[in-house]
Design a protein around this ligand. Structure first.
Ligand SMILES: Nc1ncnc2c1ncn2[C@@H]1O[C@H](COP(=O)(O)OP(=O)(O)OP(=O)(O)O)[C@@H](O)[C@H]1O
Ligand SMILES: [Mg+2]
Length: 263
């Protein structure tokens, strides 16, 4: 069923924050969600209440049995942490993922389950995981900051030249402008630029909001930390747009078959 890849050429733009909060938004709306951490930093687990010393992860499980490494976080919410790894284990994982159709065949049960929404978090830039998942990815969500550097990335994204052309499968890519502060003129200008040139690709904006940082620090969803925060409202709107684009119904706990899915 739907696989959403949250990726970006740049680090520190909010990928992990977006993955965690989208997962909370969908799971509490009744959709079964698995979040998958493809970043060896292994930090996504910290947004889901796993203790720092919890080293579990799929990197050390047999490559055809990732399901056994899934951890149940909450009702409707599961996570597949990367795990603590050595250089050799990461190399072996990359080699396994480089097998043709690794995600279609080897991980088919997890990544092609019609009842589970997969939201995947990546390290910045090109990675083997991003290349391998491209064949099953239905949508790429690219968080960017509304700064000068991002403007050059927008045009690269549009021409398909970003991250070695790995962004653009399924429905294609959608941008989220993160850490927006409307008091900053450049932030307003970048929003105008995006609205003018990339309106179709602009999924939404997330305001700069300390609730997000505090929530992460306390291993909570931003909704639980402060449901009236600007970021919580923003994520809710983005989640609804994502569901609409992927063609599934939230709030009823059901998902329709995605008509764009290439079987
Ligand atoms: N809307 C926001 N308002 C305030 N702080 C934010 C917001 N979004 C993210 N942050 C903070 O910015 C920092 C970077 O966010 P995050 O770790 O999600 O980025 P990332 O793209 O996953 O980074 P990396 O490339 O290292 O994986 C974190 O401290 C996070 O709490
Ligand atoms: Mg991250």
């Amino acid at each position: 069923m739907p696989v959403i890849s949250v990726c970006s050429p740049k680090g520190g733009v909010g990928k992990t924050t977006v993955v965690a909060n989208l997962a909370y938004a969908f799971s509490r709306a009744g959709t079964k969600v698995i979040v998958v951490d493809f970043d060896p930093q292994n930090a996504l687990r910290l947004y889901f209440g796993l203790p720092l010393n919890d080293d579990r992860g799929y990197v050390t499980t047999p490559h055809n049995d990732w399901a056994s490494a899934c951890i149940n976080i909450d009702k409707n919410l599961y996570m597949l942490p990367f795990g603590k790894s050595t250089k050799e284990q990461r190399a072996a994982l990359d080699e396994a993922m480089a097998e043709p159709d690794f995600f279609k065949n080897v991980q088919g049960g997890l990544f092609n389950n019609p009842n589970i929404l997969v939201i995947a978090d990546f390290a910045p830039g090109y990675t083997q995981a991003l290349e391998s998942i491209a064949s099953v990815s239905d949508m790429q969500v690219v968080p960017l900051l509304a700064d000068a550097a991002s403007i050059s990335l927008f045009s690269q994204l549009m021409s398909g030249g970003l991250m070695d052309g790995l962004v653009g499968g399924g429905l294609g890519f959608y941008i989220i402008l993160n850490q927006i502060d409307n008091r900053i003129k450049l932030n307003r200008e970048v929003q105008d630029f995006c609205n003018l040139n990339f309106k179709e690709q602009l999924l939404g904006m997330i305001h700069r909001d300390t609730s997000g940082i505090e929530a992460a620090g306390q291993q909570m969803a931003v909704f639980d930390y402060n449901k009236n925060s600007a970021a919580a409202f923003d994520i809710e709107i983005i989640a609804k747009k994502v569901a609409q684009k992927l063609g599934f119904v939230v709030n009823k706990g059901t998902m329709t078959i995605n008509p764009l899915r290439k079987e």
